[in-house]
Ligand binder design. Structure first.
Ligand SMILES: [Zn+2]
Length: 92
């Protein structure tokens, strides 16, 4: 299991439940994720959109399942996109 780390580098694994990415995969009941897009949004305790880049474990899982890309929210309330296919040359 990968540790869940806050932006302040604190290990917060003990206070975090199942990560949203894994929960979405399980709840979808799909078996083929090829070419799908994952959208990950974090709403913080102040009801503001916050940083939601997947942790290393979820990132690897989404890539291995064949997702095309992932959108994640930023602290400024925008979204950024990562294409998994563009990373293939960096992943063993
Ligand atoms: Zn995660």
């Amino acid at each position: 299991m990968y540790p869940y780390v806050s932006l302040n580098e604190e290990d917060i694994s003990s206070i975090v439940g199942t990560h949203s990415e894994l929960r979405a995969v399980i709840k979808s009941s799909l078996v083929d994720f090829k070419a799908l897009t994952m959208v990950n949004v974090r709403i913080n305790r102040n009801d503001k959109i916050d940083y939601s880049f997947p942790c290393q474990g979820c990132f690897d899982m989404l890539n291995k399942l064949g997702f095309k890309d992932v959108y994640f929210s930023t602290k400024s309330g925008n979204f950024q996109r990562v294409f998994f296919s563009s990373l293939s040359s960096f992943i063993a």
